[in-house]
Design a protein around this ligand. Structure first.
Ligand SMILES: NC(=O)c1ccc[n+]([C@@H]2O[C@H](COP(=O)([O-])OP(=O)(O)OC[C@H]3O[C@@H](n4cnc5c(N)ncnc54)[C@H](OP(=O)(O)O)[C@@H]3O)[C@@H](O)[C@H]2O)c1
Length: 269
């Protein structure tokens, strides 16, 4: 197996799901992995599962929506070994809801983690990488950002924004020595997708996703995306005129009609 080019890696959202599987796979291959999420117990469990591997796993409990926590963590890296060479901004959440339950507060909660939280981490990471003229950062988005999908107005909007942002940053970073990639997976079986009440096509296991992510990180491609056949189909849908796309999705994806708006629609966002 090929040696990995990173001595140390920081992964957000590594307490469970894809992030945890990625941490385990990287530790198995000898990397020192700093793992973050809000739940220390989850991080401890990941660390224990990695005890048998050569790579050290260091839990750093962190809420990516909290600027101060991120700042403190950066300061301690600045004083010590420095920021890891590879950063995977993977933390994210999902709260599927239809238009009938649309509310500013619910959108804000989701975007605060998936979009603003990722930006909160990107800011100090890019700052340090640009200053030193090296470093590798990968941002977890989703194929749900390609086009609008039922019950995913807020989730899809956040992931579409991350895709657009990464494209812009990639162009700006050309020649800077900093490598930036975006990760757009299809369905992966995790606590996040366990919430889905529909059959998920081309569903893969998190361990499989982790291996595909590592392969993508080792490549020079801007976009890391899998599983291939499912993603090619979705990319094809992106090319369809709106009327064809909306007709096709509304006739193939089953959604429940919700007749009442949820109670918190009047909350301040
Ligand atoms: N699973 C899929 O099919 C799929 C497909 C495409 C993209 N994705 C994306 O992949 C990423 C990981 O998804 P997953 O399926 O592995 O989800 P998951 O199993 O729910 O894990 C998400 C991780 O993010 C952490 N997290 C959530 N909010 C956080 C916050 N404010 N600060 C720090 N950590 C936070 C969670 O821990 P705590 O709650 O303890 O903080 C958890 O460790 C997400 O960005 C998701 O949108 C997933």
């Amino acid at each position: 197996m090929r040696n990995l080019p990173w001595k140390s890696v920081w992964i957000t959202g590594a307490g469970k799901g894809i992030g945890a599987a990625l941490a385990e796979a990287l530790s198995e291959r000898g990397c020192t992995v700093y793992i973050s999420s809000r739940t220390p117990d989850d991080l401890e469990k990941v660390k224990q599962r990695c005890d048998k591997f050569p790579g050290l796993v260091v839990p750093i409990p962190l809420d990516i929506t909290d600027h101060y926590q991120i700042e403190d963590m950066m300061k301690s890296w600045d004083k010590g070994a420095g920021l890891p060479e590879l950063v995977v901004l993977n933390a994210g959440t999902h709260d599927p809801f239809p238009a009938q339950e649309f509310s500013a507060s619910r959108c804000k909660r989701l975007l605060k983690v998936n979009l603003q939280g990722t930006i909160n981490c990107l800011d100090p990471v890019l700052d340090r990488f640009i200053q030193t003229g090296k470093g590798h950062v990968a941002v977890m988005a989703s194929v749900a950002g390609y086009r609008g999908l039922p019950t995913a107005a807020a989730y899809g909007a956040g992931k579409a924004a991350l895709n657009n942002m990464c494209e812009a940053l990639y162009l700006d970073l050309k020649g800077s020595g900093v490598k930036l990639q975006v990760i757009n997976p299809g369905f992966v079986r995790t606590p996040l997708t366990d919430k889905n009440e529909f059959a998920m096509p081309a569903l893969i296991e998190p361990e499989d996703a982790a291996q595909r992510i590592i392969k993508g990180l080792l490549s020079s491609r801007f976009e890391i995306t899998f599983p291939k056949r499912f993603v090619y189909f979705l990319k094809l849908l992106r090319l369809l005129p709106n009327s064809w796309y909306l007709w096709l999705i509304s006739h193939t994806v089953k959604t429940e009609t919700v007749s009442t708006r949820k109670q918190d629609h009047g909350e301040q966002a």
